[in-house]
Write a new protein. Structure first.
Ligand code: ADP
Ligand code: ZN
Length: 714
C-alpha cells in the first residue's frame, strides 16, 4: 500500500465498524515508543491514491470545523458528495472454497458465510457491517480463502444528463444601464487583479444584478478561472441558475436539493474532473471541488437558507468569503436588502459597497401604501382578513387581466384551536407550540405541529377539560386562499407554501403557471417573495406585516424589513407600474415604515442603533448553546453547570454569559431545551471557553448544540 495523498479516502476501523475517512495529514508521525500498540490502528483500505477532495477544500472544511466548533469529520462530510459511500463500494462474496466448506465455523464467521452463500452477487461490506458483521470477521474469512472482495463503481455516464445546447456567450446584446456598467467595471477590475476582495452589490429589486453577474463571470472565465455561484433555493429561484445555464451551456453544473443523490454525485465528479467551470448551487456547493477559482457570487446574501441549522452549523455566505480569501478569488455578495453583518462590513471598509438604486429601463419601484388594521377592525369587526383597499385593488387587477401576489408568512387554515371552557389551546405532545389546523380533503381538518409534523384530526371536544366549545383562532395562507376564492369565484387562485410544494417539482409547476399567466392570484408565504420576475404582477398585498415581529428573536425587525422590501419588489417589473398594499397593526414600526419607503439606508441606521444598545450582532459576536434533556429540570441543571464553567472563564475572555433560560421553543420533538448565550468581541476565546466547559463535562457533549453566529435563536 503506498501512502495516500492529503484528501484521499481510506477505510479505517472505528470501534467495531469500518468507516470511510479522508486523509488530512499524511506526514503526521507517531512516537511508536510512547504509543501503546493496541492504540495504533491500521488503514484497512486505501480507496484513492490521489486526492479525492482537493487540498483547498480540505483546508476549508478544517477551517469550518474549527470556526464552528464541530468535528472535522462533520465538516468533511459536508464537503463530500452524499453518495460517495455508494459510489465505490466493497463487495464481499463467498469463494468456491467457501461454498464447499463443510467444516464447522462458529459465531459471526458462520453467520457471515451463511449470509454470503445466499447472495450470488455478494453483499456490500457496509451493509454487512450494519447487520453486525464486522470487516474484521470478513477479513479473517478472506485470510482463509473463503471470502473474496471486489470493488464496484456505480457511476453512470454524466453526459447523459440532458444538457441541450452549448452556448458560450452571455445571452443578451442588451445595453447595460449606467449603474450596471459602473458596477461591472469596478468588479471586473477587481477580478483582473486575481486577488481576494469582497464586494457588496446592493441593488434594488429589478436593478438587474443577474446581468452583472453573467458579464462578470464571462470575464473571469475568459481569464481561465472558474466561477462559483451560491443561491438560496433553486426550486424557488430558478431564474439565476437558468440564466447561467443559458449563457454558458454545458460548462455549468447545477447543484441543488432537487437532484437525486445519484445526479448530485455525478455532477460532483464532473466538477472534480474540471469538465465544468461554473457551478451554481445552494449552500453546500460552497465546498464544490472547483479548481482555479476566480469568482464567488452569493446571490440574495441575506437569505437565512445559507445557514445550516444542523451540524455542521455553518453559514455558506461566510464560508464563501473564507474560501475566496484562501483561493485569491473575488467574492460578490448581492442583495437588495443586505444582512446587517455584510452592510456593517461595508460600512467599516472591510467590503466595498456598490449601489444600484434604479430599476432597469427606469421602471419605478412599487408605490407602497399602508392599511392600519386597527381602523379596519374598528369599522368592520375582528374577522376581517382583507381590508377594503386591498379588496378593491385585487378586483381592479382581475378586471385588467393582471396578476396579484398575496403574502402571509404563516401556513394553515387556523393557527390555534382554543377551548372556551378551560382557555387552553391544543398543543403538540412533543413540542411546546400549538397545533395548526389544515384542511385535509373537503371537510376533514387536521391539526398539525409545524416543528415535528405530529398530526391529529381536529377533536370535537377539548382534550384537556372535555369542554365542547372549541374555537379556531388566527389564520394562515390556506384561509386567505379560501377567502379569495369565495370573494372572486372566477379568479384562478393558487397557493405557494411548504404544504403545496411537498412533491418534488411542485414549486416549479406553480411558478411556471404563474409565468405563463394561468394564475390570477398567488397566495403564499415568504416563498413568493424570493427573486421571482413576473412582469404581469402589478399588485402585491401583504395580509399581515406583523407575523414575524412578535418572535423572540433579535433579528425580527431585520427579517420583517427584508421580507416586505423583497415582496414589494415583485410588483411592477414589467411595463405596467406596480403597487403594494401592506396591512399592519403597527403602521409606525420602523421596519414597516422603512420597508414601505424602500429606504435601506434609514433602516440600517435605525437597526444598528438597536443592535448597539442591546449588544447584538453585528456589533458583538454571539454564540448560542442549546442544552437538551428528557426533562425540563435536567436540561436546566446541565445548562447551569455549563454556564458556571463559562462564567469562570468570562473575565479573562472578555465575554458575557447570559442564562441559562428555557429556549423560546422550550420543548422540541420530545426534548426540553435550555439556552445559554455568550456575547463578546472575540469569537476565538468564546469558542475555547465553550470547548473547555464541555471538556469538563464530556458526557454532556452529545446533548449540547453549539451555534456560532446563530441566525435563528428559537
Ligand atoms: P434583480 O435581481 O436585481 O432584482 P434582475 O436581474 O432580475 O433584477 O433583472 C430585472 C429584469 O430586468 C429582468 O427581467 C432582466 O432580464 C431585465 N434586465 C436586466 N438588465 C437589463 C438591461 N440592461 N436592459 C434591459 N433589461 C434588463
Ligand atoms: Zn411537535
Amino acid at each position: 500500500m503506498s501512502m495516500p495523498e492529503r484528501g484521499a479516502r481510506v477505510v479505517v476501523p472505528l470501534g467495531k465498524r469500518s468507516v470511510t475517512g479522508i486523509v488530512v495529514d499524511p506526514t503526521a508521525t507517531l512516537n511508536l515508543e510512547e504509543t501503546p500498540a493496541d492504540k495504533i490502528k491500521h488503514i484497512i483500505d486505501v480507496l484513492d491514491e490521489e486526492a479525492f477532495l482537493p487540498a483547498p477544500v480540505v483546508d476549508l472544511a478544517l477551517w469550518v470545523a474549527e470556526y464552528y466548533a464541530c468535528g472535522a469529520g462533520d465538516a468533511l462530510a459536508a464537503a463530500v458528495p452524499s453518495t460517495q459511500a455508494h459510489k465505490t463500494i466493497r463487495i464481499a462474496s463467498v469463494t468456491a472454497q467457501g461454498h464447499d466448506l463443510t467444516l464447522s465455523l462458529r459465531g459471526r464467521q458462520k453467520e457471515a458465510i451463511e449470509a454470503l452463500r445466499g447472495a450470488p452477487h455478494g453483499l456490500p461490506v457496509p451493509q454487512m457491517n450494519e447487520a453486525g458483521i464486522s470487516t474484521d470477521v470478513l477479513q479473517r474469512l478472506a485470510d482463509k480463502g473463503l471470502v473474496a472482495f471486489r470493488r464496484e463503481r456505480t457511476e453512470r455516464d454524466p453526459f447523459t444528463s440532458g444538457v441541450a445546447s452549448v452556448r458560450t456567450i452571455p445571452s443578451s446584446g442588451r445595453v447595460l444601464t449606467d449603474e450596471q456598467s459602473r458596477a461591472l467595471e469596478a468588479l471586473g477590475a477587481a477580478a483582473a487583479t486575481e486577488q481576494f476582495s469582497v464586494f457588496l452589490l446592493q441593488g434594488v429589486t429589478g436593478s438587474g444584478k443577474t446581468e452583472v453577474y453573467l458579464r462578470l463571470a464571462e470575464r473571469v472565465l475568459g481569464r481561465g478561472r472558474s466561477v462559483l455561484v451560491l443561491v438560496p433555493e433553486i426550486a424557488l429561484t430558478p431564474a439565476v441558475a437558468s440564466a447561467f445555464r443559458e449563457a454558458f451551456g454545458d460548462r455549468v453544473a447545477v447543484q441543488h436539493s432537487g437532484l437525486s443523490d445519484g445526479e448530485r454525485s455525478d455532477q460532483w465528479y464532473r466538477i472534480r474532473r474540471a469538465d465544468v467551470s461554473v457551478v451554481v448551487g445552494t449552500r453546500s456547493a460552497v465546498f464544490a471541488p472547483l479548481g482555479n477559482l476566480g469568482l464567488i457570487i452569493v446571490d440574495e446574501e441575506h437569505d437565512t437558507s445559507f445557514k445550516q441549522e444542523e451540524t455542521p452549523r455553518y453559514n455558506g455566505r461566510d464560508v464563501a468569503v473564507m474560501r475566496g480569501r484562501n483561493e485569491h478569488a473575488l467574492v460578490v455578495l448581492g442583495s437588495a436588502t443586505p444582512s446587517l453583518e455584510s452592510s456593517q462590513n461595508a460600512a467599516v471598509g472591510r467590503y466595498s459597497r456598490l449601489v444600484m438604486e434604479r430599476r432597469v429601463q427606469d421602471r419605478p419601484l412599487a408605490a407602497v401604501s399602508v392599511v392600519d388594521m386597527r381602523q379596519e377592525y374598528a369599522a368592520h369587526g375582528p374577522e376581517v382578513i382583507l381590508s377594503g383597499p386591498l379588496k378593491n385593488a385585487i378586483t381592479k387587477r382581475l378586471d385588467a387581466g393582471q396578476q396579484s401576489l398575496i403574502l402571509l408568512n404563516r401556513r394553515g387554515l387556523a393557527t390555534a384551536v382554543f377551548c372556551r371552557q378551560c382557555g387552553g389551546t391544543i398543543e403538540c405532545p412533543n413540542c411546546s407550540v400549538s397545533l395548526i389546523v389544515h384542511a385535509e380533503g373537503r371537510d376533514r381538518h387536521r391539526a398539525r405541529c409545524h416543528y415535528c409534523n405530529y398530526g391529529v384530526l381536529v377533536p370535537k371536544a377539548c382534550p384537556a377539560c372535555k369542554g365542547p366549545y372549541l374555537e379556531r383562532r388566527g389564520f394562515g395562507t390556506e384561509k386567505v386562499a379560501q377567502e379569495i376564492a369565495e370573494l372572486w369565484p372566477r379568479a384562478r387562485v393558487a397557493r405557494l407554501d411548504r404544504d403545496t410544494v411537498r412533491r418534488r417539482g411542485a414549486a416549479a409547476d406553480i411558478l411556471r403557471s404563474m409565468a405563463v399567466g394561468s394564475i390570477d392570484v398567488l397566495v403564499g408565504t415568504q416563498m413568493i417573495a424570493k427573486g421571482h420576475d413576473f412582469p404581469r404582477v402589478t399588485l402585491v398585498g401583504v395580509v399581515s406585516a406583523d407575523v414575524g415581529l412578535g418572535l423572540a428573536d433579535f433579528r425580527a425587525a431585520e427579517r420583517t424589513f427584508q421580507l416586505l422590501t423583497q415582496v414589494a419588489g415583485r410588483a411592477g417589473r414589467g411595463v405596467e407600474p406596480g403597487e403594494a398594499i401592506v396591512q399592519t397593526l403597527y403602521p409606525h414600526h420602523y421596519s414597516i415604515g422603512h420597508a414601505c419607503r424602500q429606504d435601506y439606508g434609514a433602516f440600517f441606521a435605525d437597526e444598528l442603533k438597536y443592535r448597539q444598545a442591546m449588544r447584538y450582532p453585528p456589533l458583538t459576536s454571539l454564540v448560542n448553546l442549546v442544552v437538551k434533556g428528557t426533562e425540563a429540570r435536567a436540561a436546566m441543571t446541565d445548562a447551569a453547570t455549563l454556564a458556571g464553567h463559562l462564567r469562570n472563564n468570562a473575565d479573562a475572555g472578555h465575554f458575557a454569559v447570559l442564562g441559562p433560560a428555557p429556549a423560546p421553543v422550550a420543548r422540541l420533538r420530545g426534548e426540553y431545551r435550555a439556552q445559554i448565550f455568550l456575547k463578546g468581541s472575540h469569537r476565538a476565546s468564546m469558542r475555547e471557553a465553550v470547548l473547555g466547559a464541555l471538556a469538563a463535562e464530556p458526557e454532556m457533549r452529545r446533548r449540547v448544540a453549539i451555534d456560532i453566529d446563530p441566525v435563528s435563536i428559537l
